[in-house]
Design a protein around this ligand. Structure first.
Ligand code: F6P
Length: 521
């Protein structure tokens, strides 16, 4: 398959960028074309996307789609969904989509639904166990971030009688204060790890087990469960309630598998199935919609356009729903562990970061509006809240709309000059002040709209991001499903660990040796 920069369309895009892209002005584009919103909006399952505030015109879309076709994107997508070995460096299929296919419809359907049914039956038993008040998920990365993001997002559906906790960090400050608050007789620990070897998770699991025994706990079967592909290691640890999954489920794509157990306990089996159904609907959209209206494809193309032509190196995500507060952290692993790779000099994954609106507005939006870097922003608005504070919801939505409007429109120094500035220093030169108060504008953004934050719409939204990452990764010619870049740090940590006891820095660089001494003496 061709990489995007090896295609003929790439050359056409370069010419198009020089002629129309570099100086593209969103304000002029809206002036020229009153139908821009209608023609550049896309309706996907559960997610409406307004792409019109992006620095793109019809010709750009055409060239980008030509590029996708030349890269064999559709064939690559079909190979992914069919279960071909697309994770070449690890020799694996990538089939998180099979986890949300209805019975009889996807690869490995019998195995998938056998585990799903057992896991959901167990989740519903835990939910109705009035003796269990606290559920602690111990996992990290993909074995933490998905459930830790989904559980607060679906808070409106949660069983209020039980608290869900997520412990991930090897730092004892994560688990220690939690254990102090728990009652061993009323707690369930889920040890979540694809490999069941991850240092952080095993350390926390051992701390939890030691604490449980010390508290007089003995019924491990009732108080510990595991979600893993390594069923034997879980049994060796002393856990016999285990829900398995398979090597063709990548860690950061695993919330649909047994790793979703905390979600199922929080919201119940029926809502977990709705989450899967929402994701499946987006899978169908990705699989069957022509490129021109295929939302994950368009977003992946936009990522290439911004990264490789405009040179934008980061993207900010601004969910205007407090329940989605962990979405940026989840997306950081999804996007940056998947596509933050180089095998050549072509620029790849942007830095992904963000905070829920309106909090971000009072922190870093200053830079989004007036900073020297252009950072595309992705707004997520939810039409109907799950609370009754209608007035506050209107304020939230007005803020969301205002931000994308302000980023695009900006404000010239000439306009700023005519406006009053009551907080300005008396006597400050008004012409210079106007420059401080000017906004360049023309800053791109995308707005997603969900009708409500439900299991179904959340499932669709997450699957949308998953497929978008696959699209940009495929165009960039990288394997989005391995993560060799985390190995070096793990190996060096294992080598340094014994030196923490001795402080011996022999053979180390002077910085590492000096810090080791400082920390151990
Ligand atoms: O950070 C590397 C990584 O392998 C992630 O890809 C994965 O999600 C995480 O560690 C946790 O791995 P495991 O589920 O095997 O404990």
């Amino acid at each position: 398959m061709k990489r995007c920069d090896e295609t003929q369309a790439w050359g056409a895009l370069k010419g198009h960028f020089e002629a129309h892209g570099r100086d593209f002005d969103l304000r002029e584009a809206f002036e020229r074309d009153p139908g821009r919103f209608a023609s550049m909006s896309v309706e996907a399952p559960e997610v409406f996307a307004d792409l019109s505030k992006n620095r793109i015109d019809t010709a750009t879309w055409h060239f980008l789609q030509d590029m996708a076709r030349e890269c064999g994107l559709e064939a690559q997508r079909d190979a992914l969904l069919r279960g071909d070995t697309v994770n070449l460096t690890e020799g694996r299929a990538v089939l998180h989509t099979a986890l949300r296919a209805p019975p009889g419809q996807g690869p490995f359907s019998d195995e998938v639904h056998a585990v799903l049914n057992a896991m959901l039956a167990y989740a519903d038993r835990v939910r109705s166990d009035t003796g269990i008040t606290d559920i602690v998920n111990i996992g990290i990365g993909g074995s933490d971030l998905g459930p830790a993001m989904v559980v607060p997002a679906l808070d409106a559906y949660r069983n209020p009688a039980q608290q869900l906790h997520f412990v991930s960090n090897v730092d004892g400050h994560d688990i220690a204060p939690l254990l102090q608050r728990l009652d061993a007789k009323k707690s369930l620990f889920i040890v979540a790890s694809k490999t069941f070897t991850t240092q952080e998770t095993m350390a926390n699991a051992m701390a939890a087990r030691a604490w449980f025994v010390q508290q007089g706990g003995s019924d491990v079967a009732r108080h510990f469960a595991a979600t893993t592909t390594n069923v034997k290691a879980a049994a060796d640890f002393g856990i016999d309630t285990t829900f398995g999954f398979w090597d063709w489920v990548g860690g950061r794509y695993s919330l649909w598998s047994a790793i979703g157990l905390p979600i199922a306990i929080a919201v119940g089996g029926a809502h977990f199935r709705a989450l899967l159904a929402g994701a499946h609907a987006m899978d169908q959209h990705f699989a069957h919609t022509p490129l021109a209206k295929n939302l994950p494809v368009l977003l992946g193309l936009l990522d290439v356009w911004y990264r490789n032509f405009h040179g934008f190196t980061s993207r900010s995500v601004a969910p205007y729903h407090q329940g989605l507060r962990r979405l940026p952290a989840y997306l950081q692993q999804l996007e940056m562990e998947s596509n933050g790779k180089q095998v050549d000099q072509l620029g790849r994954a942007p830095v992904v970061w963000g905070e829920p609106g309106t909090n971000g507005q009072h922190a870093y939006f200053q830079m989004l509006h007036q900073g020297t870097d252009v950072i595309p922003v992705e707004f997520i608005a939810v039409k109907t809240p799950s609370h009754t504070l209608a007035d506050q919801h209107d304020k939230l939505l007005a803020n969301c709309l205002a931000q994308s409007q302000a980023l695009m429109l900006g404000k010239s120094a000439a306009v700023a000059f005519t406006e009053k500035a009551p907080t300005a220093a008396p006597g400050f030169d008004p012409a210079v002040l106007a420059q401080h108060r000017a906004f360049p504008g023309n800053r791109p953004s995308t707005t997603f709209v969900l009708e409500a934050l439900t299991p179904q719409s959340l499932g669709a939204l997450i699957a949308l991001y998953e497929h978008r990452v696959f699209v940009s990764g495929a165009l960039w010619g990288i394997n989005s499903f391995d993560q060799w870049g985390v190995e070096l740090g793990k190996a060096l940590c294992n080598a340094l660990l014994p030196r923490l006891a001795t402080g011996d820095g022999t053979g180390l660089d002077s910085s590492t040796a000096g810090l080791l001494k400082r920390l151990t003496s």
